[in-house]
Design a protein. Sequence first.
Lengths: 291, 286
Amino acid sequence: MKVRPYTPYLYIVPGLFFVCIFVYFPVLSNFYYSFFRLSSYSSSMTWVGLSNYLKLAKEPILLTMLRNNLLYVIISLCVQVGLGTTLAILLETKYCRKFSSLYRNILFFPALMSLTAVGLLWQFVYTPNIGLLNALLGSVGLEQLQHAWLGDKNTAIFAIIGMSQWQFTGYVTILMIVAIQKVPEEYTEAAIIDGASTLQRSLFITIPSVKEQLLVCSIITIIGAFKLFTEVYVTTAGGPGNSTQVLGTYLYHQAFLYDDLGMAATVGMVILVITFSISIFQLRIAKSGEE
Amino acid sequence: MRVDGSNNTIQYRIQKAFTAVGINLIFLVLMILILLPFGWMIINTFKTNTQLFQDSLALPQSMDFINYAQAWERGLSSYYKNSLIVSIISLILIISISASTAYGISRFRFCFSTLFFFIILGGMSLSEQVALVPLFKMLTKLKIYNTHLALILPYVAFRIPFSTFLIRAYMLTIPKEMEDAAYIDGYNSWQVFLKIIIPLSKPILASCALVNLNFVWNEFIFALVFIEDMRKMTIPIGLMAFKGQLRIDYVVLLAGIVIATLPMIVIFMVLQKQFIRGLASGAVKG
């Protein structure tokens, strides 16, 4: 085919323009901003060197934030990826055949709700007097377990993490089902002829065949955990007493509550370094899967 | 399928039946856990606030849609309109720009083509929070802060990498013969793109549109920071504002949540296949 030498560029220029102006430029500016003190309402900037980074390192809440992000990672890996994959395997066995599409659809429903809707709904589920959780506990005679779930420093972060598991486990299940359906049938048939039980087939055939997708699901779960913002912002806004503060909410508070944009940019850099390094890993897998 | 006759003993069958019942019971419990908050929310939208406070578990006495009407009139209709405007414009831009980029990358070899591909793809690994502060400054400077454009431009930019990735992978599977024939017939590359590649890529474009719709419709952090005028808010932020404005009118808020969620659930039920293909071929969350 004969095209003019500049023709190919015409096709990619719009995309390149958008990505450079509204993704790369802001991210680079963010790096630059992290060395300054600046505010939303004025254009003056003061060079402060590394002092934002040093201040962040000394921030007493930093450990709480990292702990909360990590708790979110660990619990989500166990429930969303672990349980989600188990459910996917079960749904693809002969035991569920009749209802599997019904189960699958219902499992996926919560993932279609916006984070705000889920947050507001669960905030209400956790409400002390009239919330679903306490009402249910009361109706089965477990009043002693009733609790101000989001109001107590010790339970708030777990209440939020629990809500996320409710929302996203089905999402991982769907992703894993798609991968499991791509496993060639000859594999399982051969195993059946060899007399392998359903459990053996899942452990030794299904899981190894979908390990790539399993890794992708783990990675998006980990990245999601470090980008965590909306779930916390909507339900507790980081409270009570900063106990549910995560990197994302802290960034938002620094920028738009305390008007310390430089500090917010610094927190952004921490998120960037963590998520970017995990993403590079993901891109490499995505690429190797293409060959 | 079973070649070994000895497996069909009565004992084996009983064991199998027990496993089947057990597994289905587990799923039954899970379904209840998932549907319970939904069900509870829906029954309470048919109550008055007083009834809710008396007993939130009780079934409603009548099927009165007044809370839905209230939610719609007291703000949701305008948030809906804004979400529709932002979503439609964003989707059109995302799909057309990404399809064009994917075509350029998948069909031509040119100087730095791999570099450009990686630049665009690399955008996938940059998260919204990291661009939040500079974008806020930039949109203010461009005087589009607090307009629909302040959402559309970043949404488009942040969704192009993922969408290009998805569409490119699909375009690579389209055989080149048809294009070659078209070039011989005197088509130029633009005509090939519009008349051959786009029609053949329809399935992936549909999947891509659905996944992006789910993102744009539910997006929170940009919408929270870049819009402050109640009249311009999209649904996710509108719901937050709604909560503040209603104070203790819980039943209306719950009705609002139902209205906000309904479109995605309906779209999913109708276009499930396309939706799942889009999600599965380019796994990224939220």
